[in-house]
Design a protein around this ligand. Structure first.
Ligand code: SAH
Ligand code: SF4
Length: 370
C-alpha cells in the first residue's frame, strides 16, 4: 500500500467533501464514496460503479483504500471472541466481541500499547508503541462486522454468536476500552467516533458508543465541547489521591477532585449517566471506608458504578478481593442509592479480559494476510 496516499477512511464526511472540492469533484461524489465504503464495503475504487471511470482513476491516484486483516481469532467458552488485527507496519491490536442476552458489544483499541502506566493493567505494563490512525480504529469495527457476516453465511454457528433466532446479529454497542488511552490519542479518536456515529458512516447511535478514560481532564472537556455525544466512562479505581497516585500515574497530574469536577461539568443528555469503573484490588481499594468515600465523592453526579474484580496476570502485584468483599462494597453503594454492578470480565480464558490486552510478540509470525 502506498503510504504517500492518504487513507480515504481517515476522512469524516465533511472533510471528504472539502477534499473532493479541492480536487474539482462534486459534493455528491463524497456521499457516493461514503456509501460504497461503509455501506457496500467495496474493496477498491474501481467497484464504485456510479462514479465515472476517470474520477475513479483520480480517487485511486490520490487515496488508498485498505481493509482490515484479522491475523488471529480466539474463541472463549463464554462466547467472547478476541480478534488480532494486523496493521500495515506489522504492529497489531486486539478487539474483543462480547455477546450478551440482547447485545453484541465490540471493545476496540485506540493505541498500540498505552503510555499511562497504570500498575494493575497489563497493557500499561507493556508500554506505548504508537497511536492508531482514525481508519485503524474504524477498521476494527468493519473487520469484525465482515467476520460476522461471513460467519453467518458459511453457517459457522456452533456457538451461535453471529446468529440469533434465524437473524444475523450485528454489533449493537461499541466501547473504547481495549488497548490504549483514547483521550491520549484525541484527534484520531474523535475522527473515528465521528465516522462510527455518522449517518453517512457506520451509523451507530452515539448512545450505544462509550469511551473510557483514565481521567485526562483537559481532553474530557474537549470531548464535551466536540459535540460527539458518546457515553463517558471514567476509570476511577481509588477514593484517595494517595492510593490513586500509586496505582494510576495520571492522578499526579489530575487528582480526584479535578477529575470529578470535569465529570460534573460534562454535558449529559437526558437519561444518560457517567459510568465510573472501579477495579477492585485486594486490600488496596476494597475496604468499607473506600465504599463510603466513593459514595461521598460521587454525590450529585448522575452516574453508575461498575465494580470490576481485578484480573490477575503473571507478575502483577495485586490480588482479587473475595466475593464477599465485593458484595459488601456493592451493597454499601446500593444502600446509598447508587447503581453499582459487579462486572465480571469476560473471555478470561483467552486473555481477552479487562486490562489483559497487549500486542502479541509473535503477531507477525501468525500472519495470514495475502
Ligand atoms: N485506557 C482506558 C480504557 C482501557 S482500560 C481506561 O483506562 O479507562 C479498560 C478498563 O479496564 C479500565 O476501567 C481499567 O481500569 C480496567 N482494567 C485494567 N486492568 C485491569 C485488570 N487487570 N483487571 C480488571 N480491570 C482492569
Ligand atoms: Fe492505559 Fe487504561 Fe491500562 Fe491505564 S488502565 S494503562 S489508561 S489501558
Amino acid at each position: 500500500m502506498t503510504s504517500s496516499k492518504t487513507n480515504i477512511k481517515s476522512y469524516t464526511y465533511d472533510e471528504l467533501v472539502t477534499r473532493f472540492a479541492e480536487m474539482g469533484l462534486k459534493k455528491y461524489r463524497a456521499s457516493q464514496a461514503f456509501e460504497w465504503i461503509y455501506k457496500n464495503r467495496v474493496r477498491s475504487f474501481y467497484e464504485m460503479t456510479n462514479i465515472s471511470k476517470s474520477e475513479r482513476g483520480m480517487l485511486d491516484a490520490n487515496f488508498s483504500l485498505t481493509f482490515p486483516v484479522i491475523l488471529r481469532r480466539e474463541d472463549s467458552h463464554d462466547g467472547t471472541k478476541k480478534f488480532l488485527f494486523g496493521l500495515e507496519d506489522d504492529h497489531a491490536v486486539e478487539s474483543v466481541l462480547i455477546p450478551d442476552e440482547d447485545r453484541l458489544t465490540l471493545c476496540i483499541s485506540s493505541q498500540v500499547g498505552c503510555a499511562q502506566g497504570c500498575r494493575f493493567c497489563l497493557t500499561g505494563r507493556g508500554g506505548f508503541r504508537r497511536n492508531l490512525a482514525a481508519y485503524e480504529i474504524v477498521d476494527q469495527v468493519l473487520g469484525v462486522e465482515d467476520f460476522l457476516e461471513s460467519a453467518t453465511s458459511v453457517e459457522d454457528r456452533e456457538d451461535g454468536p453471529a446468529h440469533d433466532g434465524g437473524r444475523q446479529r450485528y454489533i449493537t454497542n461499541i466501547v473504547l476500552m481495549g488497548m490504549g488511552e483514547p483521550l491520549a490519542n484525541f484527534a484520531s479518536v474523535l475522527e473515528a467516533l465521528k465516522i462510527i456515529t455518522a449517518e453517512k458512516g457506520l451509523g451507530f447511535s452515539p448512545r450505544r458508543v462509550t469511551l473510557s478514560t483514565d481521567g485526562l481532564v483537559p481532553e474530557i472537556d474537549k470531548l464535551a465541547k466536540s459535540g460527539v455525544k458518546v457515553n463517558l466512562a471514567v476509570s476511577l479505581n481509588a477514593t484517595t489521591d494517595d492510593v490513586r497516585d500509586r496505582i494510576m500515574p495520571v492522578n499526579r497530574r489530575y487528582p480526584i477532585k479535578e477529575l470529578l469536577a470535569a465529570c460534573r461539568r460534562y454535558p449529559l443528555e437526558p437519561r444518560r449517566r457517567i459510568t465510573f469503573e472501579y477495579v477492585m484490588l485486594r486490600d488496596v481499594n476494597d475496604t468499607e471506608n473506600d465504599a463510603l468515600r466513593l459514595a461521598q465523592l460521587l454525590r450529585g453526579i448522575r452516574c453508575k458504578v461498575n465494580l470490576i474484580p481485578f484480573n490477575p496476570f503473571p507478575g502483577s502485584d495485586f490480588g482479587r478481593p473475595d466475593d464477599a468483599v465485593v458484595e459488601r462494597f456493592q451493597k454499601t453503594l446500593a444502600d446509598r442509592h447508587y447503581t453499582a454492578l459487579v462486572r465480571e470480565s469476560r473471555g478470561r480464558d483467552i486473555s481477552a479480559a479487562c486490562g489483559q490486552l497487549r500486542e502479541q510478540e509473535d503477531a507477525t509470525d501468525a500472519t495470514v494476510r495475502d
